[in-house]
Structures are given as C-alpha cells and as structure tokens.
Design a protein around this ligand. Structure first.
Ligand SMILES: Cc1cc2nc3c(=O)[nH]c(=O)nc-3n(C[C@H](O)[C@H](O)[C@H](O)COP(=O)(O)OP(=O)(O)OC[C@H]3O[C@@H](n4cnc5c(N)ncnc54)[C@H](O)[C@@H]3O)c2cc1C
Length: 397
C-alpha cells in the first residue's frame, strides 16, 4: 500500500455541548431524547439525512417485543414511547391491543410500522425535546486527552469541523467512536449473511419482503458455513460494504421479478438506503453478558429486555456493559454494547437499542464520567421515568 502525507490543519469548532450522540438510529434517538429531557445540551450527529437508521431507512420495520412472551411487559420508558410513536403514526395503540389480547392469544407486545412516518415523527420528538440534530455529519476522528474525549471531528458538506463535548454516546451501530477513541472493542466473528429487505406496493397496499432472514448464532457452525459457499460479510470495510450493497440489489431484483410482472397492481415501492448488516463491532466493556438460561440479577441493571425468539427469558442489562475501562466519558448504546456473540442477537434488536439508549443518554447527561457516576442515582432517575430494573419487580407468571 502506498501512502501520501496530508498537511496538518486547524479545524474550526462548530459547537460545544454536554452530550454528543453519534448516530441517529433507534439507540441514538433514545439517547438524545433521554439526555435532553435530563436537561443536557444535546447534539445528535447523523451522517445520513433522516433519523432511524436500520429501523427506518434500512427498512427493518418490525418493532420486536417489549414483553417476555408470557404476558408480562419487561421493557418500559422510551422503549415503550417509541413503540407507541411507531404505531400511532398509523392510528394504532399496540399496548392497549396487547393488554386486551395477551392471555387469550399469547400475543406479543410488538408492532409493524411505516418507516417514513417513524423517521419524521422521531425528528419532531427530538426537536420538541430541544435536541440539536446535525445531519450530514460523519464523525471521523476523536480528540482524547487524559482518558476522556474532548472533541469529535466531523466530515461535513462544509468541510471538516469539530464539536467539543463533555460526554459522548456511541450509537453508531458499528462502534465508530469506540474504535476511534481507542476504547477496547471486539468484532462479530461469524460475520453476516446477505440481507435485502424491500417493499412492494400490491393492490394499493405496501408489503415488506424480508429477504435474508437472520441465521441463528446458537446453531451456527463455522465449518458448515464455509462448506455452503455462502458469502458472509463483516460490515467493517467500505469496499466490502459496496459489494454487499450491490449483491443485495441483485438478490432483491431477482426476488421482485420472481414474484410477478410489474403492473399498476404490483410495483417495487422502496429499497433500503443503508446496508442491512446486523452485527459488526461492539464495545468490549467492563462486563460482557452472555445469554443465560435464567435471568441474572445485576445490581447495576438499567432495564430489561425479553427474548424475541423465545417465550420466557427475561434479561437484565447491566450498566457495566455500556462502558469500558479506557475512556471515562464514553457510553455505548444500541447494537454496539458489550455482550457475547450469542447474546448480541438479542441486544441488537430495536427494544434493546431503545432501553440501552435511554440509560446511556441519561448517564451521559449526569456528567458522563463513568468513574464518578452513582449507579443508584441513575437507577432512581430511570425508575422515576417508569423503567423497571429487576425481574423481581415483574408480576408473577
Ligand atoms: C436485515 C435486518 C433485519 C432486522 N430485523 C429486525 C426486526 O425485525 N426487528 C428488530 O427489532 N430489529 C431488527 N433488526 C435489528 C435492528 O433493526 C437494528 O439492529 C437496530 O435498529 C439498530 O439500531 P442502532 O440505533 O443501534 O443502530 P443503526 O440503526 O445502525 O443506527 C446507527 C446510526 O448511526 C449512523 N452513523 C454510523 N456511523 C456514523 C458516523 N461515523 N457519524 C455519524 N453517524 C453515523 C448511521 O447512519 C445510523 O443512522 C434487523 C437488522 C437487520 C440488518
């Protein structure tokens, strides 16, 4: 590889804030909302020009369950608020519906939604909360001093600029700030399969086609995968992501054509504008929870999630999987929190992203220095917002 030397430069400081949230997916929306509601001057930096990430412009539009599958709601707070927001845009109330049906039908507390409305409604919600949203702002560097991030460097349409920060939430999905700042990280070893979810319009109705259902990390066998000849993707390299995108477009077109002839009654309606990659890089944090058979009681729990594939399990999420040991004012939220590969399949989905986003945003607003944070104060503040922290607070089955 050849290299060129770039000239050293001075970078203008565009803004200063208490909390910078990097990434405006579900985790970033929850984190920014949470921090701003706690009174912090909050800036959300998003490289695209819409909020929601995979959950909107990635066309992943199934808000997975906030319940444990046995009739008990386990995720609350902003996770519930965003579920209601997603459904309300289409005139639905999934919580009331579920409460009516849960015992009779074993229904789960989840919903599908319109990605465009979700992106617009989330933007309105953040604006109302006082979050400054900066679109087209790609974080490409961090300035770290004495174990804390002092500034984020952005590439924007107007060139490079900086935002000085007191604390940062990495909600980039890919652990971008974790990597740039030198915090410990780990990558998803088994890599991702191709996914090409898209919408058609059929007889006046939109229909989601989830091409590329996820594989199961519990049963994944490396040797078998290698033998199958199936291409797998790390999602970490831009050349590979370009290939992934073109592979996804090809598979999507094949699937679309196979389903019928385009006509007034059958049209391709929407394709994703970001790559649909599930797991890439995550924090290797103070704790790395594994998927237990039964719920582990974490004294520093910041909320709970269910298991979207199985009825029964409830997982408490500890605060110590949201931060590492090297950078004291950096918190992770969403699909880049610290968990093992098999637990990752459960924490990468929308409810967990909202739960961890709310806690990370609040912790960041409370000063953001994880070495000085009183967990009990964070937990009290979450509890005041209606978040349940421990399984024992749930009604018996
Ligand atoms: C194919 C597929 C199917 C799925 N199915 C479901 C499902 O049915 N239900 C479900 O609940 N979950 C599903 N998931 C998982 C879930 O949708 C996502 O993992 C979740 O929405 C991730 O949220 P996030 O906020 O952590 O990350 P993302 O949604 O990835 O958001 C990260 C945001 O950060 C921005 N960003 C990244 N880098 C930078 C940077 N350097 N500077 C500024 N901004 C940056 C990105 O543009 C993006 O908007 C699926 C995922 C995939 C890929």
């Amino acid at each position: 590889m050849m290299y060129i030397q770039e000239a050293c430069r001075s970078t203008p400081v565009l803004a200063a804030c208490d909390v910078a949230v990097v990434g405006g997916g579900i985790a970033g929306i929850a984190a920014a909302l949470s921090a701003a509601r706690a009174g912090a001057k909050t800036i959300l930096l998003e490289q695209q020009y819409a909020l929601g990430g995979l959950a909107t412009i990635g066309l992943v539009t199934i808000y997975l369950p906030l319940c444990d599958g046995t009739g008990r709601q386990v995720s609350f707070g902003i996770a519930e608020e965003l579920l209601r927001l997603a459904a309300a845009a289409e005139g639905k109330d999934p919580v009331a519906d579920w409460k009516d049906r849960r015992t009779a039908t074993a229904a789960r507390l989840e919903c599908t939604y319109n990605p465009n409305l979700m992106a617009l409604e989330a933007e309105r919600l953040l604006q109302e909360a006082g979050v400054e949203i900066l679109y087209g702002a790609q974080v490409c560097e961090t300035q770290v001093q004495d174990g804390a991030i002092r500034a984020l460097i952005l590439e924007t349409r107007s060139g490079r600029s900086a935002v000085s920060v007191k604390s940062v939430v990495d909600a980039s999905g890919d652990g971008i700030v974790i990597r740039l700042s030198g915090e410990a990280s780990a990558v998803f070893r088994q890599k991702n399969i191709l996914a090409a979810w898209y919408y058609t319009a059929e007889d006046g109705k939109y229909r989601l086609h989830p091409v590329g259902a996820c594989d199961d990390p519990d049963t994944y066998q490396e040797a078998e995968a290698a033998q199958s000849g199936q291409t797998r993707y790390t999602g970490l390299d831009f050349m590979e992501l370009s290939r992934f995108t073109q592979d996804a477009h090809r598979v999507l077109m094949e699937d679309y054509r196979k389903r019928g002839e385009p006509s007034d009654r059958y049209q391709l309606a929407m394709i994703a504008s970001i790559p649909q990659i599930r797991m890439t890089r995550r924090l290797d944090g103070c704790l790395v929870p594994d998927e237990p058979d039964a719920c582990v009681r974490y004294p520093d729990s910041i909320g709970m999630i269910g298991n979207w594939k199985r009825r029964g399990p409830v997982y408490e999420l500890p605060f110590s999987c949201l931060h590492g040991r090297r950078i004291r004012n950096l918190l992770a939220a969403g699909r880049c929190i610290s968990v093992t590969d098999r637990m990752w399949d459960n924490t990468r989905v929308i409810p967990a992203c909202a739960v961890t986003g709310e806690a990370a945003g609040l912790a960041a607003a409370m000063g953001g220095d994880v070495t000085a944070l009183h967990i009990a104060e964070l937990q009290d503040a979450l509890a005041r917002r209606g978040v349940l922290l421990h399984e024992q607070q749930l009604p018996p089955r």
